[in-house]
Design a protein around this ligand. Structure first.
Ligand code: ASP
Length: 439
């Protein structure tokens, strides 16, 4: 069996397994956590993460052109006809529905598991762990959060950038998406002659970029190895132990959304009789989401899997997926909710039903504004903790504690985010009467 001939998702799985083994072996030989990293290890780590960075850069390189051309084309294809409003409303409706279900599951599970109910001894031990976790990251995130805490309206400000080129250069997708929607809409209403020129232009541009995307995706197995190995090498297993119960809570809640709620919706609303087929179709995107912890970077793969493997038309994928990658984050909304209730249990902050409901709303709204990049929800969590009246010191310590396991949970919630987007595309495609979609 020649691995080079395997299907892409098997290759990625193999490289994940190799990354796990390599990371653990190197961690055990060299113990980087104890401070002194031998030269050979630093060199090896650099070499491995070089591959990961190269792959990640290549993905990021195509995100902006892919998002812009797909949305413009997607909207141009629907903007001219009466479908537009209906499609938009349906998509947003589905996003809100799945987000709400995700948050409710998170709330139930965290209230049942009560991961934050620990005895005071454990708490003080965790506090020192948390403080040691990454002070810079905490203060950085808090600064961002304070800037962002003007709240929900900020999202609208970010939607309308003063300069779209600056937004593109800084990877601010929300503004770019908004502009592309408007542009596509008005381009679709041009007189026929001009509209056809525009359509031909955007169609060929988009096709070229999609082909380039396919090319980059072929390198995913190497990239995944380069991204995951250094993470495992630096953290090892020891650190995770303290936070196991919290992590288990998040994983169970994410698992319910991923394995129960979404497939039920796929079956009931998307008429997909065997949702397993959809998991299989999406596996390269899910594994990439898992290893990059970024829905935006995964977007190229998500689009290709939903279109090529699940059979949803380019019209629907171009419309729903780029939008979904930033706006629809089920896993993130669920995670924010679980973290806040967990920290409330830990620091004994009273959370009555009304307060929990407010947390639900804030988690839903902030997940819309969270960027599809690693650890982006930490900022939103700080915003919610502030709003829920957590004392300043406990916010810092709390985020420090969460950071210990954040990366692994980020990988999982990003996969759930991406899967949620793909289900939306299928459901919307089916509701539009498309026939080529997996049954
Ligand atoms: N990493 C997540 C994503 O890209 C966002 C987050 O929850 O931090 O989907």
């Amino acid at each position: 069996m020649n691995p080079l001939k395997w299907k892409l998702h098997w290759q990625i799985l193999l490289s994940l397994a190799l990354a796990l083994v390599t990371g653990i072996v190197l961690n055990n030989i060299a113990h980087p956590a104890e401070g002194s990293t031998p030269d050979w290890l630093a060199g090896t780590e650099y070499g491995i993460s070089f591959l990961g960075t190269l792959f990640l850069n290549a993905l990021k390189m195509i995100v902006v052109p892919l998002v812009v051309t797909s949305i413009v084309l997607g909207i141009m294809n629907v903007g001219g006809d009466k479908d537009f409003g209906r499609l938009g409303l349906k998509t947003l409706g589905f996003y809100v529905l799945t987000g709400l279900l995700a948050v409710i599951v998170g709330l139930l599970v965290v209230n049942i598991f009560q991961p934050g109910k620990v005895n005071p001894e454990v708490l003080s031990q965790m506090q020192s762990q948390g403080e040691a976790a990454d002070a810079d990251k905490v203060t950085g995130a808090m600064k961002n959060a304070n800037r962002g805490s003007k709240g929900f309206l900020e999202i609208f400000i970010r939607m309308v950038p003063t300069n779209i080129f600056a937004a593109a250069a800084e990877g601010k997708l929300l503004g770019l998406i908004f502009f592309s929607i408007l542009f596509g809409f008005f381009a679709s209403r041009l007189p026929d002659r001009m509209r056809d020129t525009q359509l031909a232009f955007w169609e060929s541009l988009n096709t070229a970029i999609v082909n380039l995307t396919q090319f980059i995706i072929r390198f995913a197995p190497i990239g995944v190895f380069g991204l995951v190995t250094p993470t495992i090498l630096n953290t090892g297993w020891g650190l995770f132990k303290v936070m196991v119960w919290f992590a288990v809570t998040v994983i169970v809640a994410l698992g319910i959304h991923f394995l129960v709620t979404l497939p039920i919706l796929l079956r009931v609303l998307g008429k997909v009789q065997n949702p397993l087929k959809h998991y299989r179709a999406m596996s390269p995107a899910l594994l990439t989401a898992f290893s990059t912890a970024s829905s935006s970077s995964t977007l190229p793969l998500t689009m290709s899997c939903v279109n090529k493997n699940a059979g949803v038309s380019k019209k629907i994928t171009g419309f729903t997926l780029p939008l979904g990658a930033t706006v629809n984050m089920d896993g993130t909304a669920l995670y924010e909710c679980v973290v806040v209730i967990f920290l409330a249990q830990l620091f004994q902050v009273q959370m009555d039903m009304a307060m929990q409901f407010q947390v639900v709303l804030l988690a839903l709204m902030t997940s819309i504004g969270v960027a599809g990049i690693p650890s982006a929800s930490l900022v939103a969590i700080i915003v919610i903790l502030n709003a829920a009246g957590f004392p300043e010191e406990s916010i810092g310590i709390g985020i420090g504690i969460v950071l210990v396991v954040d990366r692994v949970l980020d990988m999982l919630r990003t996969a759930v985010n991406v899967f949620g987007d793909s289900c939306a595309a299928v459901v919307i495609g089916k509701s539009e009467g498309e026939t080529g979609i997996l049954e």
